[in-house]
Write a protein that binds this ligand. Structure first.
Ligand code: PLP
Length: 405
């Protein structure tokens, strides 16, 4: 009988939401067990909701959203995004440079497909949001990971970036604020990355989906605003800042020196029209969503849920012997380090499975984010403080006796 195998292009792709740990959690739930899930960055199931005005807008606009839109998106949505780009000082952007997508996810995949020929190199951070590595790999690119340095607040290691550039390197990806570390990069670090990109004529891709989820009075700077002479592609969307991940609405903005990328832009236009357009009802709420841009601010200040949950998880993790952790400044992720010698850990996936089986706590092991050593894991701190405390109590108890080998 004829059988079908997956494309060999998928052989070297790892993507964090799949894999044996999640499969094991699903099997346990199917048996009626209750798993504490600290693994998915989806705000809605944890009691976060979109601003009412955004939900009402979707209801009001559904009737008129039945047809396809222009393949880049409704002009009303793109004009609203353009105003947002102006606030963030993105240089040389017009409505025609803005593409809406079914989430940032779809646009990452389009951006990589349009760019990479087999063997082209692209610099992607480690740890990364692994869709970037997966999309670049599937597009035929060779991903070269540069290290973000835990000892420097998880900022990109500029020397490592410089060391890894070759004549095949086409672009560098910057994820700021970062998933999974929760780091926010200061202007000086971004300027240094721009300088390297300038010297080596690299495209900068910047994933800024968490730019409105910043704490401690800090300000997010768009790297594209520092690079008017370079070609930059900036990604953003409503999934996180407006808690509407299910609406699937993201956007991508081309800025700076577009002259050097004319041919690449032709590719983007082609791929974007091949998928006809992004979800039109979701596009129809973009203007309203960007009008209530401050809707999440209350979560991020002292007394607000995300802020207090960060304090809770950070303090609880810090108190566990054998764990060290950098305090995140943005988004809702934390990426603690395990003392692998103390726990004899050589396999972080095994650690995640053991924790799940024994304590019913689901986290994502660091290698799911292309982190090269078996010594990290990511916690999503969207669940409320009570659940986070239960989970960290169980983790502390588990680690008090855990020895992998
Ligand atoms: N980029 C980063 C850094 C993310 O963490 C995520 C989702 O977790 C995405 C992109 C995907 O976002 P979207 O829902 O817009 O596809």
């Amino acid at each position: 009988m004829r059988t079908f195998e997956k494309s060999s292009k998928l052989d070297h792709v790892s993507y964090d939401i799949r894999g044996p740990v999640v499969a094991q959690a699903a099997a346990m739930e199917a048996q009626g067990e209750k798993v504490l899930k600290l693994n998915i960055g989806n705000p809605y199931p944890f009691g976060f909701s979109a601003p009412k005005a955004v939900l009402d807008e979707m209801v009001d606009r559904i009737q008129s959203s039945q047809g396809y839109s222009d393949s880049k998106g409704l002009s009303e949505a793109r004009e609203a995004i353009l105003s947002y780009c102006k606030k963030k000082n993105l240089p040389n952007v017009g409505c025609e440079d803005i593409y809406t997508g079914n989430g940032v996810s779809e646009l990452i995949s389009i951006a990589m497909q349009a760019l990479l020929n087999d063997g082209d190199e692209i610099l992607i951070p480690a740890p990364d949001y692994s869709l970037w590595t997966a999309s670049a790999t599937l597009s035929g690119g060779n991903v070269v990971h540069y290290i973000c340095d835990e000892k420097s607040d998880w900022y990109p290691d500029l020397d490592d970036i410089r060391r890894k550039i070759t004549d095949k390197t086409k672009a560098i990806v910057v994820i700021n604020p970062n998933n999974p570390t929760g780091a926010l990069y200061p202007r000086e670090v971004l300027e240094q990355i721009v300088q390297v990109a300038r010297e080596h004529e690299l495209i900068i891709f910047c994933d800024e989906i968490y730019d409105r989820l910043v704490m401690d009075g800090l300000e997010h700077v768009s790297i594209a605003s520092l690079a008017p002479d370079l070609f930059c592609v900036t990604f953003n969307g409503l999934s996180k800042s407006h808690m509407v991940a299910g609406f699937r609405l993201g956007w991508m903005v081309l800025s700076g020196n577009k002259e050097i990328a004319k041919d690449y832009i032709d590719g983007l236009v082609l791929l974007s029209s091949m998928r006809l357009c992004s979800n039109v009802p979701a596009q129809s709420v973009v203007k309203m969503a960007l009008d209530c841009i401050d809707s999440t601010k209350e979560y991020l200040c002292p007394g607000g849920r995300i802020y207090e949950q960060r304090e809770c998880i950070y303090n609880a993790l810090k108190a566990i012997p054998g764990i060290s952790v950098v305090k995140p400044k943005a988004a809702f992720y934390i990426f603690p380090k395990l003392d692998t010698e103390r726990f004899h850990i050589t396999d972080d996936e095994q650690f995640a499975l053991d924790l799940l089986r024994e304590k019913k706590v689901l986290i994502v092991n660091g290698s799911g984010f292309n982190w090269p050593n078996p010594d990290h894991f990511r916690i999503v701190y969207l669940p409320d403080v009570e659940l986070l405390k239960t989970a960290t109590d169980r983790l502390a108890d588990f680690l008090s006796t855990y020895r992998q080998k």
